[in-house]
Every structure is written in C-alpha cells, then in structure tokens.
Write a protein that binds this ligand. Sequence first.
Ligand code: FAD
Length: 321
Amino acid sequence: MARKVLTLAEVRDGSLRNVSFEAIAAAKTIAEGGEVVSVLVGDQVAAHANELIYRGADRVVVVEHPNLTFYTSDGYSQAVKAVIDKEQPEGIVFGHTALGKDLSPKLAIKLDAGLVSDVIAVEEAGGNIVFTRPIYSGKAFEKKIVTSGILFATVRPNNIAPLERDESRTGSVETLAVEIKDLRAIIKEVVRKTAEGVDLTEAKVIVAGGRGVKSAEGFQPLKELAEVLGGAVGASRGACDAGYCDYSLQIGQTGKVVTPDLYIACGISGAIQHLAGMSNSKVIVAINKDPEANIFKVADYGIVGDLFEVVPLLTEEFKKL
Ligand code: FAD
C-alpha cells in the first residue's frame, strides 16, 4: 500500500544530522513506493533542502520563523502540526534524539496516533509495516505494528542505513508560512557544556573510559586515540560519578545510547547498565586488566592488559595507517 510519509530533518550547528538521512531511508520502506516528504524546521534552514533530496526525499517542506531558531516543543509542534494538517500523511518518522523523543509523543497524542519509539529496523511483512525495537535494556527485541491513526516512529541513530547520496535526484522544495505564536518559553542562547569533538550519538568510533582510567588526566590517552580515529570520547557512569569527566559523556541505561561502528571500552567492567547503552555497537573492543571482566562477554576483540600501556600503543599504530 503506497503511503505518504513525512520525516523531520534535524539541523545542528549549521549541518544536517545523519539521523535525518536515516529517517528518510526508514520512511522509504514505510511509504512502499509512495511519497517521502522531509520537513525542515528552523530559522534560515532552507539551504539544506537539496541535500535531503539527494538523500532520497521526494519533496521538502520548509517552515522558517525567527521563533524556531532554537528547539522548543511549543514552537516545533506548531510548525510540524501545520505541515501534517496540510500534507495529511499516513506516517511520520523522527530521529530518536532529544528532539524526536520530546516532539513525537506530543504530536502523536494530539493526533490520536500510534507511536513506536527507538526503532532499529523497519520492514514490510504480511501487509503490515513491522518495527523492531530493543527492550529490557537491549536484552531482547520486540516487533510492533501501529494499528491506529498516522503511523509515528522514532529511529535510533546509526541503525538504519541511509540511502546513497545522489546529486542527480530531483524534487520540489516548498515553503509553508506558519505563525509561531503564544510560546511559553523562548530560548535566547544555548551554552554548550562540551563544545569540542564529535557528537557521541552520531560518532562512528567511540573510545570510552571507565573507573579504570583513574583520573581526569587519565582520559588524555583516550582523547588522543579518539582523535587519531576521528571519533568521540565517551564514559561509564563510574567514571562520571568519580568526577573524571562530564555527565554529558555518560553512555548507558541512564546516559546516551550509542551504536558506533567501533566501540573501544577502556577500564570499563561491563555492568548491565553500561551494556544497555553500547552493546549494539558493530564492533566492540575491550581493554581491561581483569580477564574475568563482564565486558569481555560482549566484546568482539578483548585485550587483557593495562590501558595506560595498550591505548598509547594503539594510537601509535593507527597513526601509521
Ligand atoms: P568499575 O565497575 O569499577 O570497573 C572498572 C574496571 O576497570 C574494572 O573492570 C577494572 O578491572 C578495570 N581497570 C582498572 N584499572 C585498569 C587499567 N589500568 N587498565 C585496564 N583496566 C583497568 N553505568 C553506566 O556506565 N551507564 C549508565 O547509564 C548507568 N546507569 C545506571 C543506572 C542505575 C539505576 C544503576 C543502579 C547503575 C547505573 N550504572 C550505569 C552504574 C553501573 O552499575 C556500574 O556501576 C558502572 O557502569 C561501573 O563503571 P565502570 O565499569 O567504569 O567501573
């Protein structure tokens, strides 16, 4: 059954986030040959419209307003709701990001729609669109279908392969004027805690440190390895609680959920709450001096040794490549 499916594109620091392209790929499967329309919301974001078309969108609807410079659930829900009212889609896909997690339930409830969140795979089976999502902190997976209203989904970053970029793709770009008003809060400025480095949730490589890193300075060799690999630095809660790094780096059940191509865990024991945030990484390398550490049970490659010896050796070797 051909459907019209919207996706919400996300712009951060002047660039489209990768999850915007992954949402388009998911929407293509849901659309089953129907139209995929990407929605670009913000202030002065129209320049990104063509990129969404190159990544598979058939059409782009842009909503620009000075009150949309920063995300607020009030402002963005007015903008996206106006597009939904105009387009009357059968489905809408968001990234499973802070923005998508906040906005999608707010809109789904308004529209009496079913929402499947944190989706890692989408397929058509037996006439239904079937969503797969992890449950019980990643220990099991469930398959879900939406039976009522517009089909809402949020897709976990780094799980659904985006379409190949193709500059020969064409599509129309339209602007929808929406009056964004009666906002209960207006964000004047966003001050970042961690200004530098690659975004953890989108990083292809993560070098993460745990309590075994022993101090804030102990993270330096991990930062160097991450830099050589073009990756980001993450941490266990143990390391954050000990004050070695900021909580914005925490990975796990109560931190960020990440799925990089390569996850290097250094001095992390592998508590179930940590695994909940990283066990879906494509390749896991664990460095731990305790051969019995739980992290080795999920690791594809294990190095039993002192991280302060192993990590600099890895950095030196990768520098040679
Ligand atoms: P430890 O368990 O102390 O492990 C340190 C490891 O470093 C050990 O395995 C040791 O062998 C190794 N080591 C020491 N020195 C070296 C060295 N020189 N070289 C190599 N290896 C070395 N944790 C998370 O990470 N994320 C979460 O989101 C999270 N949420 C939680 C939510 C709840 C409700 C609860 C109860 C707990 C949560 N935790 C979370 C905490 C979790 O249970 C663990 O306490 C935590 O993950 C342990 O961190 P760690 O592995 O760094 O420390």
